[in-house]
Design a protein around this ligand. Sequence first.
Ligand SMILES: [Zn+2]
Length: 187
Amino acid sequence: MIIHANVGGNLRNRYRLSIKHKIGLIILIVIVTGFILPQRFKMPVEGATKGDYNVKSFWYYPWGRSITHKGVDIFAKEGTNLYPSTNGIVIYSGNIDKGGNVILILGPKWRFHYYAHLHDIKAKSFTYVNKNRVIGSVGSSGNAKGKPPHLHYSIITPLPYIWRIDKAKQGWRKIFYLNPIDYLKKL
Ligand SMILES: [Zn+2]
């Protein structure tokens, strides 16, 4: 009887371990898949070219209450179609104080893509969007009110890239904010 009970216990322990291993493996696969998914950037503002943004606008200082400019501003006529620059999952779409109408998309490599000052939003939270899908249009909502319509676009990594710290104002925050112009200029 005692032997049987032990065998049963051992089996249960083994079973528990294997479930843990399976969950761990699934999480690992999801994380790795996120990293190896191709990024393949697209210009998010329809018809925009290098002339529609300032190549030095990333980390521009001084930049009002934000201190430095943690993205790029792409200028276009109000209502110009907006596409996601990479495929991804809409984590949030809605209205916030500074950004106005905003969309936050989780894309490849576990990077968040933030689109702000939209005129209108055409993507719901927790939906998958590909690069050919219009997600909204360019506007001047939030703290861009009264300014020429433009898309504010930022790329944020939740995993800190500590080697990117530099001596610029707020330079340590470059561990989270990537320069979108590095990708856009290659298009
Ligand atoms: Zn901006």
